[in-house]
Design a protein around this ligand. Structure first.
Ligand code: FE2
Ligand code: FE2
Length: 211
């Protein structure tokens, strides 16, 4: 009997150790905050920035424009960067933050960030216009594409740094926990409606052209 116990004890200890090793220790995490979706979106925006540098570098080397890549960059910044991401910031988070009594430095940074969104919209407009001209045979538009591409990475890297590292986390103090959860809920609903709204607009535009 004792020999059985001597054999079983190490087996039992081994099983306990294995179970302990494979069981995840529950992390002490609070609920998701409303800045989390915007910070997650920043990670994808960051991933396209080196692509922009590479597309521009290839243009400079070859003198040719990868029009499909430039069109994809325009679409990304127009739909995801502006409508999805800036839309969430401006129409929900900044909109509600502006109603709160917040430090002057925080308010002026928020206004600076909104001006940068406008600046980004302008650059994407320039890029889309230059691509259109290039595709219609205007070779001089190549330089305008290069210039617009050259402005985007620096603008976004610094913009994201200011939001992630300076504004977002301290600004959460302006909202109660219940308000934070309501903001988060509004962001989820905003995302849910986005794709439907995009294609509803496209169909309506087509119906104006082809009634
Ligand atoms: Fe922003
Ligand atoms: Fe952002």
């Amino acid at each position: 009997m004792d020999r059985v116990k001597v054999f079983l004890l190490p087996v039992f200890i081994a099983i306990v150790l294995i179970l302990f090793a494979v069981s995840p220790v529950p992390a002490e995490r609070g609920p998701m905050t409303p800045v989390a979706p915007m910070m997650i979106e920043h990670r994808l925006i960051e991933k396209i920035l080196p692509v922009i540098d590479a597309v521009k570098g290839e243009m400079e080397r070859t003198g040719k424009v990868d029009t499909a890549a430039v069109a994809a960059i325009v679409d990304f910044f127009h739909t995801y960067g502006d409508e999805v991401h800036h839309g969430k910031e401006e129409k929900i988070y900044f909109h509600e933050l502006a109603k709160k009594k917040i430090p002057t430095a925080e308010r002026s940074l928020m206004e600076e960030l909104i001006r940068e969104h406008q600046q980004a919209r302008g650059i994407i407009g320039e890029l889309a216009g230059a691509l259109d001209r290039y595709e219609k045979g205007d070779q001089a538009a190549r330089k305008d594409i290069e210039n617009a591409l050259g402005k985007l990475p620096g603008l976004y890297r610094e913009h994201i740094r200011k939001e992630d590292k300076v504004l977002f986390l301290p600004s959460l103090d302006a909202f109660s926990k219940a308000e934070q959860q309501e903001l988060l809920q509004r962001m989820c609903e905003y995302d849910g409606k986005m794709i439907h709204e995009k294609y509803r607009r496209e169909v309506m535009d087509l119906r104006v052209k082809y009634p």
